[in-house]
Design a protein around this ligand. Structure first.
Ligand SMILES: [Zn+2]
Ligand SMILES: [Zn+2]
Length: 116
């Protein structure tokens, strides 16, 4: 038990240490380092996008459930535009009441995708 002094907060976001990364640009809830956080490329990488922003995994899933890569490339490549999408706005209102680490693999209003 000589682990004193290593009480977490190493900054690595791989292991759920819970370090705050600031608010999610999509839903404004805090981002907590760990599996509930993803990186979203504003322009999809297959279109050579480079700029990536941390968002909740659930918010990320929502972006790609609603928008195709082409739509992201052609129009929805800024946070403001993403937030202005009606379906994403509705999602934001719904997710606002969930805890920041909430990850939901199933609830997809609209399209039921049962694969995987
Ligand atoms: Zn979010
Ligand atoms: Zn993405």
């Amino acid at each position: 038990m000589t682990a004193a002094g290593r009480i977490g907060g190493d900054g690595g976001w791989a292991d759920g240490g819970g370090a705050e990364l600031g608010p999610c640009p999509l839903c404004d809830r805090p981002l907590l380092a760990g599996p509930s956080v993803n990186l979203h490329h504003l322009v999809p990488r297959r279109f050579r996008g480079r700029e990536a922003i941390p968002v909740h995994r659930i918010c990320h899933d929502k972006i790609h459930a609603v928008l195709s890569d082409k739509e992201l490339r052609d129009f929805f490549h800024t946070v403001e535009r993403l937030r202005g999408h009606p379906e994403i706005e509705a999602f934001r209102r719904w997710v606002a009441r969930k805890p920041p680490t909430f990850v939901d693999g199933h609830h997809r209003p609209g399209r039921a995708d049962r694969r995987r």
